[in-house]
Design a binder for this molecule. Structure first.
Ligand code: BGC
Length: 441
């Protein structure tokens, strides 16, 4: 057997990512809680107590992360918890987030904190949510409050998680609240999100000059389904521009491009210290002139790619490499803020982890500026409209009993985090079936 080690640079960050609503439980003051009550989740499921971090189980889960050699963790703040109504701050709730950030530092882990991860307080929804430009000011005030409270422990910030998913799912496809399918309303939300990000960036830097601030963009690779067909190529580029670049570009050049529109957003220019990439998979795209809802494209998975348990994710590590190539044009450091797969049986996950980290290693060896990797996720959690039907955790969770069970992938990931490297030994132990592919003779 070949013996080899793919090393990562000293100081590389290895961790997992979580989001408040998905792990805390009982966040009744949000639009997602309301959305669940209206029966929008698969099989009418509910988030319930999630991973019970609300009662303090984050402590044992942070222990799990630290014991498996993770040196960072990304978590988010539930806006509705710390600001239950526009003029009330819940200081106890803020103190808990301080304790969590401190808890990570005590365990030798660097906290990365997300300010907005999909959920909105009900009072914000009542005032029109992200369609109302007043949200910019409200988000800025909330940001300042959080940063003032956590600045002692945190200097790595994500303003908004996947604004492209938030707008696509909530305002174009109607799958997330508020369940709208309207490109004009989506445009309003997009403009306000870009402006709120820019304002939050400035606010964070005013409070903490050394802060590192970015957005986490859901990057999807779009590949023309028929190589010979120019219209497939054109639509793949069009989709990529709209999905991947829409929020990443304004901080680069001060322009927001949406469909055929272009709007100057000068305040956004220069408001990105790093680019956060959430990568899961890629799509084949076929031009389809009558598919208005799909913006003139039919998307499908590559028939040669392995699919996850619920066929939600195609294992496409090359798309991960493409995401780094794409990110280079921003000339800023890159963090992989999410990457993972749903797999209750942990059959495909070890392979998925190895193949993706291998692609990331290649990019790092081109001296591309990748600084860290956050696996999605630590413990099985509530997966939005897909409820509990998808299991992304390194640890399995039985939500009723709150019993956690370590999956083999947790040990694989621990070996990578511990050695800051992917070794032939780990590949042989956790995914021997791809040994020859990773280490060709
Ligand atoms: C989101 C996470 C989600 C994950 C897997 C990402 O788009 O940021 O909140 O759980 O995908 O579904």
């Amino acid at each position: 057997m070949i013996s080899a080690v793919f090393n990562f640079p000293k100081g590389f960050l290895w961790g997992t990512a979580t989001a408040a609503y998905q792990v805390e439980g009982n966040n009744q003051n949000t639009n997602w809680f309301q959305w669940e009550q209206q029966g929008h989740i698969i099989n009418n499921q509910k988030c319930g107590m999630a991973c019970d971090w609300g009662s303090g189980r984050w402590r044992e889960d942070f222990d799990r992360a630290a014991e498996t050699s993770q040196n960072t963790h990304r978590f988010s703040i539930e806006w509705s918890r710390i600001q239950p109504t526009p003029d009330v701050w819940d200081e106890n709730a803020i103190e808990i987030y301080r304790e969590m950030a401190r808890g990570l530092r005590k365990r030798g882990m660097i906290p990365m904190v997300t300010l907005h991860h999909f959920t909105d307080p009900l009072w914000l929804v009542e005032m029109g949510g992200w369609e109302n430009p007043d949200v910019i000011n409200k988000f800025t005030i909330f940001t300042e409050k959080v940063v003032e409270a956590l600045k002692e422990y945190v200097d790595l910030w994500v303003t908004i998680n996947e604004p492209n998913v938030y707008t696509a799912m909530g305002y174009l496809m109607g799958i997330f609240p508020p369940g709208v399918k309207d490109p004009f309303r989506a445009y309003k939300v997009i403009i306000n999100m870009v402006s709120a990000h820019a304002a939050a960036y400035e606010t964070i830097h005013n409070v903490q000059s050394k802060a590192s601030v970015g957005m986490a963009i859901n990057y999807r690779s779009f590949v023309p389904a028929r190589k010979w067909m120019p219209l497939d190529k054109w639509i793949a580029n069009f989709q990529s521009r709209n999905y991947n670049n829409m929020f990443a570009d304004p901080p680069l050049n001060g322009y927001l491009k949406y469909l055929m529109l272009s709007k100057k957003v000068s305040k956004a220019k220069g408001t990105q210290d790093y680019l956060g990439i959430n990568y899961y998979s890629r799509d084949l795209v076929k031009f389809s002139p009558f598919n208005f809802g799909g913006f003139f494209a039919n998307r499908s998975s590559n028939p040669d790619a392995e699919l996850s348990e619920n066929e939600f994710i195609a294992n496409e590590p090359l798309g991960f490499f493409e995401s780094f190539k794409w990110a280079l044009k921003y000339h800023i450091p890159i963090y992989v803020t999410e990457n993972g797969i749903e797999d209750a049986q942990d059959k495909l996950r070890p392979r998925y982890i190895i193949e993706h980290i291998h692609q990331m290693w290649k990019a790092v060896n081109f001296s591309w500026p990748i600084k860290g990797y956050y696996h999605w996720t630590l413990v099985d959690n509530f997966e939005w409209e897909r409820g509990w039907t998808q299991r992304f955790g390194l640890w399995a969770l039985e939500p009723k009993t709150q019993i956690r069970r370590k999956r083999p992938s947790a040990d694989l990931y621990a070996s990578i985090c511990k050695s800051n490297a992917l070794s032939s030994e780990a590949v042989d132990k956790f995914a021997p079936e791809i040994f020859g592919q990773i280490f060709p003779k």
